[in-house]
Design a binder for this molecule. Structure first.
Ligand code: NAD
Ligand code: ZN
Ligand code: ZN
Length: 337
């Protein structure tokens, strides 16, 4: 099978012809139809974060395909089903987090395309415990970005407890941001889109953003405060400076939701006095659960969200990484097989 493999954090991915893997107990073999390119895959391939993947590995955690083989002890009923392989490849199923519906916080989780091989390949092994079935009303092409960009921003909006008419500032209108805007609007929020690329802001306006701010030429804190301040700020651009801007744009009672993951072990300085007196919340948000993803698919099948993405084939993966880093893609890139 064709696969893109990361062999070195300082070199491009290698396209290789590999043997199709065998699913073990509790696992499934999935023949991929679509696989999204999340910015996390670039962080993974560059070894950006304090905990690095073990080389070599196949990135990719927005994989959609059909189950073509089930491993020992795995339900035969899954054969032929169309499933999503998310970042949360599997979780232990019995810790405090897993049994209270917070499996995204499980300390024994396995991460697709990071701690195990992912979906930048024609076939991938998935865990029966971790997959989510894709409903008929959602194409594989659309399901791919929803599997990480969708579920992650859906969860961020949920954790922020946005109420109708609150102002939600979304910093970074990329793969995640274009969906964050839509979920914030779905729950009745007014939205502010912040980016540094004019094309991204045009897209945000088309998607219904109430205010757009180009942070390259306008101070987003001033612009947001002039419009009444943000009740919620969701950070989807991987730069510590953006986290500071988002925090400073908040009204009293505001919630900062941290989603982007800058390189190294970046820190944010939070002023204690203003945070206490202003009743500010600082929230970390990591992907979403299987139930969250099923809700994301249901909303999409009902026509409530729109996925903006461009088709690619795995051969161009290294150029595609460059295009994403340069902010030159409409929202998401999806490899099709
Ligand atoms: P992306 O590259 O598609 O989008 C990032 C956007 O930020 C781009 O539109 C870019 O133009 C914009 N941007 C860059 N600098 C900016 C600035 N100074 N001000 C405003 N906007 C700016 O990336 P993505 O796939 O949407 O992922 C975004 C981040 O979220 C990455 O760090 C990724 O690793 C992280 N992520 C986190 C989770 C999680 O569960 N917490 C899940 C998925 C992705
Ligand atoms: Zn667990
Ligand atoms: Zn992702």
């Amino acid at each position: 099978m064709k696969a893109a493999v990361c062999t070195d954090f300082h070199r491009p991915l290698e396209l290789r012809d590999l043997d199709v893997p065998e699913p073990g107990p509790g696992q499934l073999l999935v023949k991929l139809e679509a696989s999204g390119l999340c910015h996390t895959d670039i962080h993974a391939a560059h070894g950006d974060w304090p905990v690095k993947p073990k080389l070599p590995f196949i990135p990719g955690h927005e994989g959609i395909g059909r189950v073509v083989k089930v491993g020992e002890g795995t339900s035969e009923a899954l054969a032929g089903r169309r499933v999503a392989i998310p970042w949360l490849g599997t979780s232990c199923g019995h810790c405090h987090y897993c049994v209270t519906g917070a499996e995204n916080l499980c300390e024994s989780q396995v991460n697709s395309g990071y701690s195990v091989d992912g979906a930048y390949a024609e076939f991938a092994v998935a865990y029966a415990h971790g997959i989510v079935e894709v409903p008929d009303g959602v194409s594989s092409f659309d399901a791919a970005p929803l599997t990480c960009a969708g579920v992650t921003t859906y969860k961020a909006v949920k954790l922020a407890r946005v109420t109708p008419s609150e102002r939600v500032a979304v910093f970074g209108i990329g793969g995640l941001g274009h969906l964050a805007l839509q979920y914030a609007r779905l729950v009745g929020g007014f939205t502010v889109a912040v980016d540094i690329e004019p094309e991204k802001l045009e897209l945000a306006a088309e998607l219904g953003a109430d205010q757009v701010v180009n942070a390259r030429d306008t101070d987003p804190v001033e612009a947001i405060r002039a419009a009444g301040g943000a009740d919620v700020a969701i950070v989807l651009a991987a730069s510590p400076k953006v986290f500071e801007q988002a925090l400073r744009s908040l009204n009293r009672g505001g919630r900062l939701v941290m989603v982007a993951l800058p390189a190294d072990d970046a820190a944010l300085s939070v002023p204690i006095f203003d945070t206490v007196l202003g009743g500010i919340s600082v929230i970390g948000s990591i992907v979403g659960t299987r139930a969250d993803l099923a809700e994301v698919f249901a909303l999409h099948a009902a026509g409530r969200t729109e996925v903006i993405a461009e088709r690619r084939s795995l051969e161009t993966v290294n150029d595609d990484f460059e295009a994403v880093l340069a902010g030159k893609v409409s929202a998401r890139l999806v490899f099709e097989f």
